[in-house]
Design a protein around this ligand. Structure first.
Ligand SMILES: NC(=O)c1ccc[n+]([C@@H]2O[C@H](COP(=O)([O-])OP(=O)(O)OC[C@H]3O[C@@H](n4cnc5c(N)ncnc54)[C@H](OP(=O)(O)O)[C@@H]3O)[C@@H](O)[C@H]2O)c1
Length: 251
């Protein structure tokens, strides 16, 4: 058990990458606290993960929820050793169709949500702590219709280094995982139609050198590594979990 005795907060953990990470960290001995926006799925996921898993309904896109998260956490746990800031979703639109709602939705959840969640949980962090942020391959490659989501994730990529520089003196290591295309509810929850999602996924898979989408559990393994003492000398880094896309070409 790599995380015996540790306490971990994973935001946005009712499905996909967050849920797989919560399950893995729990298996490795951590007490896990998960968040999500929907009471039913938060409760059922906490129950499914089992043990002493705690579910808190909290919207990473709402300042009121972020500002009360620490006091909610204190009702259940004394401190946090691991924080995985994962809550998020993607919205896509060509440049000429982007409006303020689209912009605010992405930046409120991904940028403001990441910044203020870290700020608010910081007083709870132990001095051998690990914070892991979730970026994306979209920071490395220009993808159509992705201006706002990519810019928001680029801000998170920047936070990885600046937070790491600020927090290392407190004994907290900040790193990130950068997932490629991963099989989750992400695409279904975007604003893309069913047909667009199908077209995107069938045309994207062959472009990934490993010839498939990744599994949420494959990202969870990278988070586990960054959360554990196995990565004790790794600070301000971003681990790509992307099957080689877009770094290598096989044709
Ligand atoms: N899948 C990919 O290909 C991919 C690639 C790169 C990066 N990512 C990133 O990975 C993260 C997780 O996405 P996923 O692929 O695992 O998608 P997912 O299966 O849709 O899971 C997203 C999770 O986040 C929660 N969530 C969404 N918005 C939230 C908010 N404002 N506050 C709290 N919880 C929220 C969702 O629950 P509720 O909706 O019930 O709140 C759900 O539990 C996101 O940050 C995404 O940008 C995904």
């Amino acid at each position: 058990m790599k995380l015996k005795g540790k306490i971990a907060l994973i935001t946005g953990a009712t499905s996909g990458i967050g849920k797989a990470t919560a399950q893995l960290l729990h298996q490795e001995g951590a007490q896990v606290v998960i968040t999500g926006r929907n009471k039913e799925t938060v409760e059922s996921t906490a129950k499914e993960i089992g043990g002493n898993t705690i579910g808190i309904v909290s919207d990473a896109g709402k300042m009121t929820d972020i500002m009360t998260l620490a006091s909610q956490l204190k009702q259940y746990v004394s401190h946090l050793d691991i924080v995985f800031i994962n809550a998020g979703f993607g919205k896509y639109a060509p440049l000429e169709y982007i409006d303020e709602v689209h912009y605010n939705e992405m930046f409120d959840t991904i940028v403001r949500g990441t910044l203020f969640t870290v700020q608010q949980v910081l007083p709870l962090m132990s001095n051998n702590g690990a914070i892991i942020l979730n970026t994306s391959i979209v920071t490395e490659v220009g993808m159509q219709n992705s201006s706002v989501y990519s810019a928001a994730k680029a801000a998170v990529q920047s936070f990885t280094k600046t937070f790491a520089a600020e927090l290392i003196s407190k004994g907290i290591r900040v790193n990130a995982v950068s997932p490629g295309p991963i099989q989750t509810n992400y695409f279904d929850r975007s604003n893309l139609s069913k047909e667009q999602v199908e077209q995107f996924t069938t045309s994207f898979a062959p472009q990934v050198p490993i010839q498939r989408f990744g599994l949420p559990s494959e990202v969870a393994e990278a988070v586990l590594f960054l959360a554990s003492d196995a990565s004790s000398f790794i600070v301000g880094a971003e681990i790509s979990v992307d099957g080689g896309f877009p770094k290598i070409k096989t044709t």
